[in-house]
Design a protein around this ligand. Structure first.
Ligand code: PEP
Ligand code: MG
Length: 569
């Protein structure tokens, strides 16, 4: 089928990764429409039973998809699906729907009203809960479809490599994707931190989110998706197709390159993987990475209502250490709170959770939580005969860094560091480095706190940009402190995955770069084409710029033409 307004047209959004694809559009099915005159149920008990069955069926299908995702090693997706199934099984939801049906509301409207009330509560709570609203609404749409007896919303089976175009994708939609035939994903809403973007990055599927105007695409339109440029082109010209095809071939070649990372003049650069689970470790270990630069241990326990025991934690940490035997592994202690709420470690009544008792600050109210984790890390090190590097998140002062280092060393941990995620810590990095062995910049939070911009707000993406010169200044201050102290300063925020930023970070004096494993080949390639002096010039050009777009443009102008062309920069 051709587009109503026909012809070639390019839509722009935010790209995830550097890949691309050309293929026919398959539209995700819209949510069911509830007829306005839905009658009061003649038999309220039967209507309630139908709704209960709807919720139960949806929960059980989510759980089987979660199991399939676990079996395929896609653990982030499995976790999201299990959390969504839990929402579908919430007895409070069913109870309130039942009460509305008893008072004469039609069952589909009752489901809609109650879920919308819950969604409002989630939005008001903000942070992680607000991010789950898309998932909650996907449960609503599936249950309503079952109650009305119409086709479930989602994506039809794919018979050839296709580009799925949607408003946004729910975890259930992504779980149902036929990975063999999914060439790319395009969404009209969402943002770089939405789960569609996270899952696409994890699965290595080219993706463009927040693509304005793609609502005009119809099934069968041929589009070229270019994640590097964040563009979706309908009826692409041959040169657009060819440039994407060339880049996809190059990315496959780069992924096969396992030479140690170094600049053109032979200065080695440590490239490390960010992981959240032992499954992630299993996937990252065969890649040519120098180890793990950030193991986010809280990811393991997101769905737990009680703190895990020393034994249970030690088992997981030991598995990761064994998987990376002989390589560096940096493990972070619990970073709960704000965007990472954990039932057993989050303060329920904070007005500003991102500024509250989160990360290392939890030691003030529950020191045992930290001691248990340190004991488990030390035990995992002993068991595997390895020596993990351990660091604390959300450190604000040198006093906190000293206190953490003493605690960690008292458990027998030899290499102790802290994260620099708060501007105060960056400004005083020299004092921090007097008391710890290394620091690691968490550029996601450092940008959030420097720019006073919630990292979950997609609409403030222009402020939440590591290219903001103020953020680069703080990175530079920290790197300089490391060079003076002769101690390592790494970056473990996802910013290191951008090859241009990776060059700038090396130029600023950062000693290791940690990112999702799939980004490592591109960064290795970019580093190899530039000398350390060129990287320094790139960093200086960015820092001298007036704002974030100019900083990136100034850096990019100094990147070799070959790299720019090859990576579509
Ligand atoms: C960061 O803040 O950059 C970081 C690496 O930690 P997280 O994203 O887990 O908060
Ligand atoms: Mg952080």
């Amino acid at each position: 089928m051709a587009s109503a307004d026909g012809g070639s047209r390019t839509f722009t959004g935010i790209g995830v990764g550097r890949g691309g694809a050309v293929g026919p559009v398959v539209l995700a099915h819209a949510a069911p429409r509830i007829p306005p005159g839905e009658p009061s149920p003649a038999d309220p008990e039967a209507a309630k039973a139908r709704v209960a069955k709807g919720f139960a069926d949806v929960a059980s299908s989510l759980r089987s998809r979660a199991d399939a995702a676990s079996a395929a090693g896609v653990t982030t997706l499995a976790d999201i699906l299990r959390a969504t199934a839990q929402m579908a099984e919430d007895p409070a939801l069913l109870e309130e729907v039942g009460a509305l049906i008893d008072s004469g509301t039609g069952p589909a409207h009752a489901v809609e009203q109650v879920v919308d009330q819950f969604a409002q509560m989630f939005l008001a709570a903000g942070g992680y809960l607000a991010e789950r609203v898309t998932d909650l609404r996907s449960v609503r749409d599936r249950v309503v479809a079952k109650v009305l007896g119409v086709a479930e919303p989602g994506i039809r089976p794919l018979s050839e490599p296709s580009v799925v175009v949607a408003e946004d994708l729910s975890p259930a939609d992504t779980a149902g994707l036929d990975l063999e035939n999914i060439a790319a994903i395009v969404t009209r809403t969402g943002g770089p931190t939405s789960h569609t973007a996270i899952i696409a990055a994890q699965l290595g599927i080219p993706c463009v989110v927040r693509a304005e105007g793609v609502g005009s695409l119809v099934d069968g339109d041929v589009v070229a998706v270019d994640a590097a440029h964040g563009t979706v082109t309908r009826d692409p010209a041959p040169d657009v197709r060819e440039s994407i095809e060339r880049r996809v071939e190059l990315l496959a070649e780069l992924a096969a390159d396992d030479a140690p990372a170094a600049t053109a003049d032979g200065v080695p650069v440590q490239l490390l993987a960010n992981i959240g689970t032992s499954d992630d470790a299993g996937r990252a270990a065969p890649a040519a990475v120098d180890g793990v630069g950030l193991f986010r241990t809280e990811v393991l326990f997101l769905d737990r209502s009680t703190a895990p025991s020393i034994e249970e934690q030690a088992d997981v940490y030991a598995r990761v250490l064994e998987t990376f035997a002989g390589r560096k592994v940096v493990i972070r202690t619990l970073d709960a709170g704000a965007d990472k709420p954990l039932a057993f470690a989050t303060q329920p009544d904070e007005d500003n959770p991102a500024l509250g008792v989160r990360g290392y600050r939890l030691v003030r109210i529950d020191a045992a939580l930290l001691d248990t984790r340190l004991a488990a890390l030390a035990e995992a090190g002993r068991r595997t005969g390895s020596s993990p590097w351990v660091m604390a998140p959300m450190i604000a002062t040198a006093a906190e860094a000293r206190e953490f280092a003493e605690r960690a060393r008292s458990h027998g941990i030899a290499t102790v560091g802290v994260m620099v995620e708060i501007p105060a810590a960056a400004l005083r990095a020299r004092e921090l480095l007097d008391v710890v062995d290394f620091v690691s910049l968490g550029t996601n939070d450092l940008t959030q706190y420097t720019m006073a911009t919630d990292r979950l707000r997609g609409e403030l993406a222009d402020l939440l940009d590591i290219w903001q010169p103020a953020v680069l200044d703080l990175v530079a201050t920290t790197a300089m402190a490391g060079l003076e102290a002769g101690k390592p300063v790494g970056v473990c925020g996802e910013s290191a995955a951008d090859p241009v930023m990776a060059l700038a970070l090396h130029g600023l004096g950062i000693s290791s770069l940690s990112m999702s494993a799939s980004a490592v080949p591109v960064v290795r390639f970019a580093l190899r084409q530039h000398s350390s002096d060129q990287c320094r010039l790139i960093a200086e050009a960015a820092r001298s710029a007036a704002d974030a777009p100019q900083a990136r443009a100034a850096a990019l102008a100094l990147v070799s033409r070959d790299v720019r062309e090859a990576l579509g920069l």
